[in-house]
Design a binder for this molecule. Structure first.
Ligand SMILES: [Zn+2]
Length: 185
């Protein structure tokens, strides 16, 4: 059985931070989805610009850990979970790219839309596909901020995707085990 809504004991607020020129309508829809999935209030902070100091001209990418470090300063208290969403491509020095980065101790996560888009793979634009991917990955990141772990069940939304076929194959729901673990948070 798959349950969608873990009943969180202490409801931590989720703060979405759009970085760059993002579709506000889609961000609003994502806020609704996260609020429902975590039974948490969700705020959207006024959009920010990608920080210049995180940009690598040599790689044409943004260093995700630098961006994530800046996000932590936006927190009003320890209970808030910050999710920044950016259109740019992200990297860490040991990898050619990352889809996202999350720090459960800081309560901050960063998700890039860059490689979630079909056109990145030379395919026609498809908003529906992208929105589903964003919803799943954003849910997984907020879940990770709560649990500091991903899930080994490839159908669970908390499954850590290695590529977009993993993401498309998983559901947008928590498995029983993740539902139980999140209920204790
Ligand atoms: Zn799970």
């Amino acid at each position: 059985m798959i349950i969608n809504k873990p009943m969180m004991k202490s409801r931590s607020k989720i703060i979405i931070v759009p970085i760059g020129d993002l579709d506000f309508f889609q961000i609003n829809k994502l806020a609704g989805r996260l609020s429902e999935a975590f039974t948490s209030p969700v705020d959207i902070i006024q959009g920010a610009e990608p920080p210049e100091e995180a940009y690598s001209p040599a790689r044409l990418q943004y260093f995700s850990s630098v961006m994530l470090g800046k996000m932590e300063r936006l927190k009003a208290n320890d209970k808030e979970k910050i999710l920044a969403i950016v259109d740019e491509d992200l990297y860490i020095p040991t990898k050619p790219f990352v889809y996202a980065e999350a720090d459960p101790y800081a309560g901050c996560a960063l998700l890039s839309l860059y490689r979630l888009k079909q056109e990145f793979y030379g395919l026609p634009e498809d908003d529906k596909v992208v929105i589903e991917r964003v919803k799943k990955e954003a849910t997984a990141l907020i879940g990770y901020l709560h649990l500091a772990r991903y899930c080994r069940n490839p159908r669970c939304v908390m499954y850590h995707c290695n590529d977009m076929s993993d993401c498309d194959a998983k559901t947008d729901k928590f498995c029983d085990n993740c539902t139980r673990l999140l209920s204790g948070k």
